[in-house]
Ligand binder design. Sequence first.
Ligand SMILES: [Zn+2]
Length: 304
Amino acid sequence: MLNRRSILAASLAVSSAPLVFAQAMPLVRLGLVADAQYADADPLGSRFYRQSIGKLATAVEAFNRQELDLWVHLGDLIDRKWESFEEILKPVATSRHPVQHLFGNHDFDVLDEQKEKVPGRLTLAKRYGFLDKRGFRLVFLDTTDVSTYAHAIQDERTLQAQKRLKTLGQQGISQAQTWNGALGSAQMSWLKGICAEAAGKKSKVIVFAHHPVFPANTHNLWNDREVMQVVEENRSIVAWINGHNHAGNFGTRAGVPYVTLQGMVETRDTTAYAFADIYPDRLILRGVGREPSRELVFRTGSGA
Ligand SMILES: [Zn+2]
């Protein structure tokens, strides 16, 4: 029979477990949003474009209540028209945290003469880059790098991308779609270089991109296999996080978790965004609304 002291000891033993966990603070804390895809347009199917203003404002309020290092919008801030940026950047401007944008295919649904101004509108001095935070290298890719939409119709890069897409289509590759794209060779070399450098510093790399590369899907980058090979060979990379496929997705390959976040623009009255708490050995994704929560455990031997 338990006396009072043993009951107290037992209850302390139970209650101390979550306390110990709570004391371990994340090294890096982020907010994540994918595909706000705002436009002053009537709903189309399950996409409610106008609702994204309110949804993003609410998400930014939630981010503002937390201590975050930054939050990331994973691309497709707008659905169409240059004017859309002005409206959707209003809730973004209420953020007390730094904001990192990525390019999505829809961000280039503007007039040809406006395409080269898109990086400036999204406050991107470079089309891709990284940020080092307490033992982690956060890499922000440009998956619109080789695409049929990021530059003007007569631009040599557009013509080359159209040729490549045509060839891939003839090969019957399911993601050979106009709304996808590829990482070009210069960006691939850069990615390998900064991952090797991160490994030398014993840093772990988390990749953020608009387009997915895994699991196999019609939304993937044209060269998803080539990119995945780089991910698998560079053991400093511990996770890949993207948007673009509004339904969301998840898979693990060679110990690397690949997460597709759900699109905020979907549905009239439900949102989707997440907090990412990054610990030395894992990333805890705390989903809000439609976004599920997940625990992403990093592969061993990474970064060390
Ligand atoms: Zn997209």
